[in-house]
Design a protein around this ligand. Sequence first.
Ligand SMILES: [Zn+2]
Length: 321
Amino acid sequence: MLNPNNLEEVNYKISMLHTEISNIDNRNDDKDRSGDAGINCPCHSLSEKVPSNNKHVLRHSRVIPIFWGHFYVTNPHIVAATIRMLSDIVSGPYMNGLAQYGVSRGTVLGHHTIDTVPPNSDPLILDRDTVRNTLVSWINSGTVSPAPAVNEKSLIYIIFLPTGSDITDSGAAGYHNFAKFNQDSFEDDLFWAVIVTKGNDDPTSAVRFANNIAYITSHELNEAFTDCDNQGFTTAGGCEIGDICESRDPTCSCCTKFNYNVKGRTWQIEPYWSNWHMNCINGNEPVSIRMFLKEIGINPSDGLRQLGTLLLNIDYIASRM
Ligand SMILES: [Zn+2]
């Protein structure tokens, strides 16, 4: 069994990858740190169209949850509730507003619960390299599957950290990141998000556990889907659609949440920036056909027939963006 706290044994396996991925932390200015309002503060006052850059988005995301730590092994009801929250976000109406960025609703694949060895030995602090190397080692050992395909553009791993672990990005509640897994891929093909759960370790209410991290889960995913590798929707200053709307308070308070009702459940999650509205939206409203037609330069009075589709739904709209 792999010991995530002793990476010596797997380091040789990832040395091939190291050259390619060693620069990842230099490619952005840490705006993908979230939950720490001080970091994203300059984003809160932006009211400008977020440029598409190279339009690197995850159009049809397949999300693989990874629950890391003994807390999840002994509390499967926590895992189940968190997966429900995750599915409600990824495959629910929260995704509607992302159609404008070319992103459709996604799916949540089978999860992995991975113990620390020995149990109850959560690392106190996890830097980005350690998390990335651990994820790569899990994939290489088959502990986590599937692995990213060559030129992967849909798989993303979401790692719920051990409840005893903090991250080196002081004050942040999560981040998303990317690297190259397959040498044959033209571009980065490994995408993951990290959710901090430190101190969120009361096993008596699984719904409370999941809701406590719902806002950061929504934030990291709306950003990872629309800007998987810093070549998607992000401003020159590194503000992604979640950063702009996590708060509109220039004094940097964090975070704005709304009640997201889906399938009889309510999660408190974050709005995100809409280029179509030039404002923050909750995302779960119906997609505006009028705004869509305007965006692709079609006059509604000319009739929808000119679209050449029999089906005008959110997937179709996303496919045209
Ligand atoms: Zn962010």
